[in-house]
Design a protein around this ligand. Structure first.
Ligand code: NAD
Ligand code: ZN
Length: 381
């Protein structure tokens, strides 16, 4: 089966970020055909994650413009390059910002999802194959973002950054599993691993943090304490099994002390989903000595440094970090999609807004104002 566009340049719409922090502009771009080990995907739905906003604001490592952001999405394979064997045109797939080549020592290890070839790289704006971009406007290259660039009707990805999923799964819902929800869920279930009956603190009650809370609920935590500076988040969080709330602004004392008082010495597990260095340090210092484990998920600012007294570690507290909740994207994501299909995982409650592609800048406004959780962007509208 081959599509009529296979092997040809496709002209389509993409939302281009020309400059840091400036509204995206819908442009007609040319998308080159996929080369060896690449896939061209027709994006049907995409959504905005804080990581896009953060690199668009250029607080991240390298400001690289013009660029096409976007990494949470769902689509259909349009065509494949040479050497691609496990995907074919028509397959339903989720792009993933941290890939899985299936051949390197990380992919072969049971413990890691940090693929040597395709692990998240926010500085690279080109394809691995030839060091070039597949997007251009009148010959001017437009850079990729984390190997996905889903704010485009068509995009090209390395095959290792594409997870094939059940074609019966509604892409307008499961697209959010492409990053944020799987990340939060996996950070709890695969990394923090709370025991039944334990107390879990979640710092940051955006979609990632609430997915972490959902993981704590599934694991049988008896108390889930949500920490956020934005009190608007607390109402929404009640739907996710968060049992108590702490706004650091309401307290004179450092938040880790507030949590220690509430929990007779500290929480059993904490998951940080804010990107704030202060929250990362508090999330570590609030875990109980002897057994507490903190997991960092938020993406820090360029010059941040983590500072804590080493005695906090000697006292048998553990700190970990994770990308994509330690899921191996191609191997594990299909089964997370099945959790939704089997109604073990609800996705609808994370989707608070929907806009057409032409209104993509509204999705940025919602995220910047801290309104709602995930905003689905419909490419066909
Ligand atoms: P979001 O903006 O929707 O939510 C973040 C929440 O953190 C907000 O409600 C904000 O008020 C709160 N917050 C900020 N500073 C805080 C502080 N000091 N104390 C308490 N709360 C604070 O973002 P999101 O889409 O849910 O993403 C959360 C973080 O996870 C971001 O940093 C994002 O870049 C990161 N992320 C990491 C991965 C990964 O694989 N590690 C994947 C996806 C997202
Ligand atoms: Zn690999």
């Amino acid at each position: 089966m081959s599509s009529t566009t296979a092997g040809q340049v496709i002209r389509c719409k993409a939302a281009v970020a020309w400059e840091a922090g400036k509204p995206l502009v819908i442009e007609e771009v040319e998308v080159a055909p996929p080369q060896a080990m690449e896939v061209r995907l027709k994006i049907l739905f995409t959504s905005l994650c804080h990581t896009d906003v953060y690199f668009w604001e250029a607080k991240g490592q390298t400001p690289l413009f013009p660029r096409i952001f976007g990494h949470e999405a769902g689509g259909i394979v349009e065509s494949i390059g040479e050497g691609v064997t496990d995907l074919k045109p028509g397959d339903h797939a989720l792009p993933v910002f941290t890939g899985e080549c299936k051949e390197c020592r990380h992919c072969k290890s049971e413990e890691s999802n940090m693929c040597d070839l395709l692990r998240i790289n926010t500085d690279r704006g080109v394809m691995l194959n030839d060091g070039k971009s597949r997007f251009s406007i009148n010959g001017q290259p437009i850079y990729h973002f984390v190997g996905t660039s889903t704010f485009s009707e068509y995009t090209v990805l390395h095959v290792g950054s594409v997870a094939k999923i059940n074609p019966a799964a509604p892409l307008d819902k499961v697209c959010i599993l492409s990053c944020g929800i799987s990340t939060g869920l996996g950070a709890t279930l695969n990394v923090a691993k709370p025991k039944k009956g334990s107390t879990v603190a979640v710092f940051g009650l955006g979609a990632v943090g609430l997915a972490a809370a959902e993981g704590a609920r599934i694991a049988g935590a008896s108390r889930i304490i949500g920490v956020d500076l934005n009190a608007k988040r607390f109402d929404e969080a009640k739907k996710f099994g968060v049992t108590e709330f702490v706004n650091p602004k309401d307290h004179e004392k450092p938040v880790h002390e507030v949590l220690a008082e509430m929990t007779n010495g500290g929480v059993d597990r904490s998951i940080e989903c804010t990107g704030s260095i202060n929250a990362m340090i508090s999330a570590f210092e609030c875990v109980h000595d002897g057994w507490g484990v903190a997991v960092l998920v938020g993406v820090p600012n360029k010059d941040d440094a983590f500072k804590t007294h080493p005695m906090n570690l000697l006292n048998e507290r553990t700190i970990k970090g994770t990308f994509f909740g330690n899921y191996k994207p191609r191997s594990d994501l299909p089964s997370v999609v099945e959790k939704y299909m089997n109604k073990e995982l609800e996705l609808e409650k994370f989707i608070t807004h929907e806009v057409s592609f032409s209104e993509i800048n509204k999705a940025f406004e919602y995220m910047l104002k801290g309104e709602g959780l995930r905003c689905i962007i419909r490419m066909d509208a």
